[in-house]
Design a protein around this ligand. Structure first.
Ligand code: GUN
Length: 296
């Protein structure tokens, strides 16, 4: 039986350290990290994510601000808000929750955030640094950053000689995940919906990252014996429970089947999700320090 990678526990440990460092930053420099989260519309999943981000920011001792805008808001009005947050000295990190309504150009929005406040790591300046291998200099997107820490915990920082397969090529997860694995010296393959025989490619992976958004797509027969499996999927499915239907969160990986084959697997929930939020706090603390020229 494989190891269950406890993302929740790991995130709690890192959050505790961030809370301590935030307290020291306040005492020594009178500086409070500030995070602004912008949400547009009523998407239920986004509301939950934003609430969790705010709650964690407050628990870390941050100054936390939420801007909730109606789904009908114009792109110009959203750009004006970001402009004012860019110029707000109390705000060190800005996150605009995605997806945005169809009439708003997501790229225009993400590229309007100052790279120094881009704690999501979506600005081209940060993407450029990451893909150029300047990972220490970049704000790295939170989900792949969290995945990488969990992989490091299992295999160490140097993945020389290891093969890594990332299923999914999104800008939020797949592409930055591949860049991080490459920076750690893994031999990396990115797969997607047009890849023939995904299962065969996945079976070659010492590190398998699934980020496709299809419940249980990765079966036990997709997993190489002894692999580390990271499940980024958060899918809401309906199950029968005592004759009643209820919603349940599940990953892209068939967890029970993968646990029979792999060396280590992240569960859903309790794996990647909590680590993503903690990496947002880590990026925000770092942004505050960098904007004030304070070394960690
Ligand atoms: N929507 C889903 N994941 C993310 C994320 O990491 N950042 C933002 N801003 N929106 C998201």
């Amino acid at each position: 039986m494989a190891t269950r990678i406890d993302g929740k526990a790991m995130a709690a440990t890192i959050s505790a350290r961030i809370t301590e460092e935030t307290s020291a930053l306040k005492q020594q420099h009178g500086l409070v990290p500030g995070l602004a989260v912008v949400i547009v519309g009523e998407d239920a999943a986004s509301q939950v994510y934003v609430r969790n981000k705010q709650r964690t920011a407050e628990a870390c001792g941050f100054h936390s601000v939420k801007h909730a805008l109606p789904a009908t808001v114009g792109e110009d009005e959203l750009l004006e808000l970001i402009d004012s947050l860019n110029g707000d000295a109390a705000i060190h990190g800005i996150l605009v929750q995605l997806p945005l309504p169809g009439h708003i150009d997501e790229t225009r929005i993400t590229q309007s955030i100052l790279p120094s406040k881009d704690v999501d790591g979506f600005h081209y300046v940060n993407i450029g640094k990451l893909t150029a291998g300047a990972t220490r200099d970049a704000f790295v997107p939170c989900t792949p950053a969290g995945c990488m820490l969990m992989i490091e915990e299992q295999l160490g920082k140097d993945l020389s000689g290891k093969t890594a397969v990332v299923i999914g090529r999104s800008n939020i997860v797949g592409k930055p995940m591949a860049a991080l694995l490459l920076a750690a010296n893994a031999t990396v393959t990115i797969c997607h919906s047009r890849t023939p025989d995904l299962a065969a490619v996945a079976r070659g992976a010492d590190v398998l990252v699934a980020a496709v958004g299809r419940p249980h797509m990765v079966g036990g027969d997709w997993v190489k014996p002894g692999a580390v499996v990271i499940d980024v999927g958060i899918n809401r499915i309906e199950i029968e429970d005592g004759g009643e239907k209820r919603a349940k969160l599940t990953g892209d990986v068939d967890y029970d089947a993968a646990m029979e084959v792999a060396a280590a697997v992240t569960p859903v929930p309790g794996g990647v999700g909590p680590m993503t939020i903690t990496m947002l706090m880590s990026n925000t603390l770092r942004a505050a320090r960098l904007q004030h020229g304070i070394d960690a």
